[in-house]
Design a protein around this ligand. Structure first.
Ligand SMILES: CC(=O)N[C@H]1[C@@H](OP(=O)(O)OP(=O)(O)OC[C@H]2O[C@@H](n3ccc(=O)[nH]c3=O)[C@H](O)[C@@H]2O)O[C@H](CO)[C@H](O)[C@@H]1O
Ligand SMILES: [Mn+2]
Length: 273
């Protein structure tokens, strides 16, 4: 009774206690699904890879087919991490960029092209994750759906007027006051290839229009993602258990931390302020 487990448009919100892991594993096992998972590590963010990959191998779709696509400008710095059964990793070199905002936003176009050009016969679902993170608990088939958003850990219990949507009408990410349901994180989202292709393509196009108009949304691609989710409702929401703010921070509603941002000093790791 302390959290909602369904949205006003009847999409489930996944919390501990809303699913039976043994039962859904059994059901999904018979489908032989493959999950593409993307992660970007440019510049000093390669230092997050070891913990990210090692912890993912302990908790992320264990026993199911997972193919990680890792995009980096420094392939030589990718650590050797032993992959579990049916898990594999492909490293792709991408150009370095001078602004962290461009790295973060640029992910949308790279994902759009990856899905378009390569994944059709390769995967059934895709998840796109930040690298400055670590897994601490199960992330499994309970998260699969056509279009999946994760509620931002800073705003899950905030009133609507506190959600940090883009408020300037000049931006394509604009959401008027009084609108919006949830505030979603840009650090984790996923779904079917078709739905995530449409999401990444739309966000990329909207960001291009903004760039042509010399405006950058307040929270970059995350603002565009929130605009997208307002008009293309996610079919499933993941609670902040699936992206917490820091393993050391607590909240009464959070019974288990499955995946969390790690504490980082932005000035140490980003190429620009
Ligand atoms: C707590 C907070 O305020 N979070 C916001 C901040 O997230 P973050 O502080 O989590 O952004 P971030 O620095 O993790 O960047 C996003 C991702 O881009 C990649 N990357 C970024 C920089 C770099 O030099 N190399 C690299 O590989 C990497 O995969 C990283 O995980 O910014 C995002 C993008 O606007 C969102 O708005 C988040 O809500
Ligand atoms: Mn991050």
């Amino acid at each position: 009774t302390d959290v909602a487990s369904v949205t006003s448009w009847l999409a489930p919100i996944i919390w501990e206690g809303t699913f039976d892991a043994t039962l859904i594993d059994f059901i999904y096992k018979q489908q032989n699904l493959s999950i593409a998972t993307t992660v970007f590590a440019l510049g000093k963010y390669t230092s997050f890879l070891k913990d990210f990959l090692e912890s993912a191998e302990q908790h992320f779709f264990v026993g199911f087919r997972v193919h990680y696509y890792l995009f980096t400008d420094l392939p030589e710095e990718v650590p050797e991490v032993k992959m579990g059964e049916n898990h594999s990793l492909t490293v792709r070199k991408v150009p370095s960029l001078n602004r962290w905002q461009d790295i973060s936003m640029g992910r949308m176009e790279i994902l759009e092209k990856l899905i378009e050009n390569e994944l059709a016969k390769e995967a059934d679902y895709i998840f796109c994750l930040d690298v400055d993170t670590k897994f601490y608990g199960r992330w499994g088939v309970e998260t699969l759906g056509h279009l999946v958003g994760v509620i931002h850990p800073w705003f899950f219990d905030a009133p609507r007027d506190r959600l940090t949507y883009e408020r300037r009408p000049e931006s394509q990410a604009y959401i008027p006051a009084g609108e919006g349901d949830y505030y979603f994180t840009g650090a984790a989202f996923g779904g079917s290839l078709e739905d995530v292709h449409h999401l990444t393509k739309t966000c990329r196009e909207q960001m291009n229009i903004d760039a042509a108009n010399s405006i950058e949304a307040i929270w970059h691609e995350e603002s565009h993602l929130n605009k997208y989710f307002l008009y293309n409702k996610p079919s499933k929401l993941l609670s902040p258990e699936y992206l917490w703010r820091d393993i050391n921070a607590g909240a009464a509603q959070i019974k288990i931390i499955r995946f969390s941002h790690v504490a980082k000093n932005n000035a140490d790791v980003r190429p620009n302020p």
